[in-house]
Ligand binder design. Structure first.
Ligand code: ADP
Ligand code: MG
Length: 394
């Protein structure tokens, strides 16, 4: 891998610009979930203990290049200090003086980068201004690295650059899962719609040995085979696309697994009266809301013969019981195999993370990515500009 880590850098006496993702949820002025702040602690501690001075750069919300007082990072500076355990000095958009005034162990938190239109424009002048504040650049925000912004892309070319701990961990996990995985590799792709995951499916069929398709998008594949899916969520206009993906998989030697049996109901609500039927027997007035037990048994068989699993998208409407059953069962199997050392398991996606948390297995997966869009783009096989910018000889 072409990127450096903190271990390759001489940090002593250096001002270290660290791009982080601390875009935390805030309700009534209070941070309701500090996970994103906790996850940058390893990087911050390492730099501070190595004698460097951390300068945190982050965005918050979508101010679109304007100063929006409610989106000021000043509001969360106190929480950042509390969680990280270092004194924080917040700097308004006139950064320069604040750097000079830093004392002792103090960390600088720069104002919301997106207040400046140069950030999202990847403006070289804005990047230069940021570069003038520090000696070394560290990117610890994988989740922001699918965007070519000044703090993720242009700036990386202006200073000696490396990946932070969280970024390095994420990149290594992803490399193990798809870049250079132990085979056989199985991918599980579920969720609502095929249309949001076309590139992802197209990339995976060329990389994995088995592709398990579940959730609403499986209905589109079933319908494309001429199966009547009743009132199920289904993108009928994508039948040709589904057949093309199936053909691409066949050409690449990738086996596609569709549900054999399904759980159907006439209402989309918790505890709705439901029955399990063969995939081809969905009643005309019913919706497919989950994969059935035969399908789960089939998925479990595939897991058992696999060494690596990548997962995005739940197998059913996991938010409402009992349509979380297939997702939970498959997730627990993957977790148990991972714990036993028989499987490398990497998962990501907003709803996928919720589903795995709900199943209580997140800690047992090899890696659960909270990176959202960046994780999906990586699964689509795209080069992430913020990662590519780190990948250079210097
Ligand atoms: P992620 O956020 O992990 O990428 P998606 O957003 O693609 O996942 O998909 C999650 C959504 O898919 C959930 O809201 C879930 O209820 C929905 N879903 C899964 N299976 C079905 C189904 N059979 N019918 C309708 N919705 C479904
Ligand atoms: Mg989602």
């Amino acid at each position: 891998m072409g990127w450096k880590t903190l271990d390759d850098m001489d940090l002593n006496g250096k001002r270290v610009l660290v791009r982080v993702d601390i875009n935390v949820p805030v309700e009534n002025g209070k941070v309701t979930d500090t996970t994103r702040i906790e996850r940058i602690a390893a990087t911050v501690d390492h730099i501070q203990h190595a004698g460097g001075t951390v300068i945190l750069m982050a965005h918050f919300g979508r101010p679109k290049g304007k100063v929006v007082p409610e989106m000021s990072l000043e509001h969360i500076a106190g929480t950042v200090a509390e969680v990280l355990g270092w004194p924080i000095v917040w700097a308004d958009s006139d950064y320069r003086d604040a750097v000079k005034e830093l004392e002792g162990d103090e960390i600088l938190l720069l104002e919301n980068l997106r207040f400046n239109p140069g950030e999202e424009a990847n403006d070289p002048e804005f990047a230069k201004r940021l570069a003038s504040l520090g000696d070394i650049y560290v990117n610890d925000a994988f989740s922001a690295s699918h965007r070519a912004h000044a703090s993720t892309e242009a700036l990386a070319h202006l200073l000696p650059a490396c990946a932070g701990r969280l970024m390095a961990e994420e990149l290594s996990a992803l490399e193990k899962a798809l870049g250079n995985p132990e085979r056989p590799v199985v991918a599980v792709v579920g969720g609502a719609k095929v249309s949001t995951k076309l590139d992802l499916l197209g990339n995976l069929v060329t990389k994995v040995d088995t592709l398990v398709i579940g959730g609403g998008m499986a209905n589109t594949f079933l319908a494309a085979q001429g199966i009547d899916v009743g009132k199920s969520l289904c993108e009928h206009d994508l039948a040709d696309t589904a057949r093309a993906i199936a053909q691409k998989a066949a050409d690449a030697g990738c086996e596609i697994l569709l549900p054999r049996d399904v759980v159907v109901a006439t209402a989309f609500k918790a505890g709705a009266e439901n029955q399990t039927v063969k995939a081809e027997d969905c009643p005309a007035d019913a919706m497919i809301l989950d994969a059935g037990p035969d399908s789960v048994a089939h998925i479990v068989q595939v897991f058992e013969r696999s060494k690596t699993l990548v997962w995005n998208g739940p197998l059913g409407a996991f938010e409402i019981e009992p349509f979380d059953a297939a997702t939970n069962a498959a997730a627990r199997k993957a977790a148990a195999m991972t714990k036993a050392g028989d499987l490398v398991s990497v998962a990501g996606g907003g709803d996928t993370v919720s589903a795995l948390n709900q199943a209580g297995v997140s800690d047992d997966f090899s890696y659960v990515s909270s990176a959202g869009g960046a994780f999906l783009e990586w699964m689509e096989g795209k080069t992430l500009p913020g990662v590519a910018a780190l990948d250079q000889d210097r």
